[in-house]
Design a protein around this ligand. Structure first.
Ligand code: FAD
Ligand code: FES
Length: 394
């Protein structure tokens, strides 16, 4: 009886609140805007596929839902693309190459990585008409006029040029008052992606300069050869002044360019870096415990919900594979793990580590609050000992 009275009182209070404090007039508008900007997921249809080089293709995607237009983005951002391969559901980030000035479609330039899990699947299997899932646009590699100034240097390695294509399209279309240099390192001439378009933009815009450097040029190549060194950089851009540097490529390239920029006297706060994926060989990364047997396998015990009931599972995983890859392979349809950047940045995959030790590359910055309460980012964590994880908090 007491409970019924309490319930009646609560109902009365709710009715009174609804009458005296109605939902603000702007509520629906803000809610709609927020959903438009940050959809939980986007469902996309592939409408066109074009080859860009021997191992890279351009994919054009539109929204597959009439009631959900594509989310707007800033040039330089990426989306997490989720696919299911042999029962393993997984996500990889791909930079948007299309211009944010139009939202009729997104474009992605995806390179087939040798032995790559998702990129090989996309390259070989994805066809026009297929439906795929994507996250909202994410990432911080966009132009910020407050901090980046008016002179920008884009340094790209191989497929790392993709976010710069979007940025250059945006800057050129908007005729922004910026001076830009793209220094684009490739293996051979065949690997220069979007060459025609880059040359077209550079020929139409005096403020945009494009330079290629080939590490393995053919005999007919007349341009620069080798790596992107401090000499190459200063010969193209002149003095460092207040220029702001964006570097996109693999981690080895980043380490190399970072040192070259240090030699040129570029302060750290004027460099932005985006790593394209996890290190190819984690055992070569500074800080990796040299005494650890690289072929070690560890036991991973996970607690998670299955059909609403708390349950647990133990499996073995190699210490040289990102923990998230092992989790996705072992948990399959039993559990859907969220991820987007796969490089420790977005925090989508944050997971509570109950016990054990993991290795995270030193360049990866995990939020202090996550570290303090024992959360790890399994996309960029490697198990160094047996682990116990709590996946019931996701
Ligand atoms: C911000 C950002 C933007 C990027 N933009 C681009 C872009 O524009 N274009 C581009 O081409 N790349 C881009 N990348 C890189 C891209 O996200 C992938 O890292 C790349 O495509 C390689 O992924 P992969 O799955 O093919 O290879 P890997 O993830 O390196 O897979 C290697 C091996 O791991 C194993 N494996 C991995 N996951 C699993 C699993 N879940 N289950 C079973 N086995 C598994 C497989 O044995 C496979 O052979 C970007 C990366 C970042 C961080
Ligand atoms: S997926 Fe972004 S931090 Fe792990």
């Amino acid at each position: 009886m007491k409970d019924v009275k309490k319930y009646q009182q609560a109902e009365k209070l709710k009715k009174w609140r609804d009458e005296t404090q109605p939902i603000p007039w702007y509520h629906d508008g803000l809610e709609n805007l927020s959903n438009r900007l940050h959809p939980l997921k986007q469902v996309l249809r592939v409408t066109d596929i074009q080859p860009l080089s021997r191992d890279t293709k351009l994919y054009r995607l539109v929204s597959a839902r009439a009631d959900q237009p594509l989310a707007p983005f800033r040039a330089g951002q990426y989306v997490g693309i989720t696919v299911e391969i042999n029962g393993v559901r997984t996500t990889r980030p791909y930079s948007l190459v299309s211009s944010p000035n139009q939202l009729a479609y997104y474009e992605l330039g995806i390179r087939k990585k040798e032995g790559g899990f998702v990129s090989t699947y996309i390259f070989n299997e994805l066809k026009v008409g297929d439906i795929i899932e994507a996250t909202e646009p994410l990432g911080t590699l966009y132009y910020n006029p407050l901090f980046h100034g008016k002179e920008l240097v884009f340094v790209a390695g191989g497929c790392g040029v993709t976010p710069f294509i979007s940025l250059l399209r945006y800057i050129s279309e908007k005729a922004l008052d910026l001076k830009v240099w793209l220094i684009f390192g490739c293996v051979t001439e065949e690997d220069i992606l979007f060459r025609e378009e880059l040359e077209d933009i550079a020929s139409r815009r005096d403020n945009i300069n494009v330079h290629y450097i080939l590490s393995e040029p053919g005999p007919e190549w007349k341009g620069d050869c080798g790596f992107i060194t401090e000499e190459i950089i200063s010969s193209k851009i002149g003095s460092i002044g207040k220029k702001y540097f964006y570097i996109v490529g693999n981690r080895a390239m980043h380490e190399f360019i970072k040192k070259e920029l240090e030699n040129l006297g570029v302060p750290q706060h004027r460099i932005k870096f985006e790593a394209f994926g996890v290190p190819d060989d984690i055992t070569q990364i500074i800080g990796w415990p040299s005494t650890l047997d690289h072929s070690s396998r560890v036991k991973i015990r996970v607690h998670y919900f299955k059909s609403g009931m708390k349950t647990e599972k133990t499996f073995e995983a190699p210490c040289t594979e990102p923990l998230l890859n092992s989790l996705e392979r072992e948990m399959r349809s039993e559990l859907q793990l969220r991820s987007a950047c796969r490089s420790g940045e977005c925090a989508f995959c944050r997971t509570k580590l109950i016990s054990g030790k993991v290795f995270t590359p030193p360049q990866v910055v995990i939020r202090e609050v996550d570290q303090a309460i024992g959360f790890i980012h399994p996309c960029i964590s490697y198990p160094l000992s047996d682990l116990e994880l709590d996946l019931t908090m996701g």
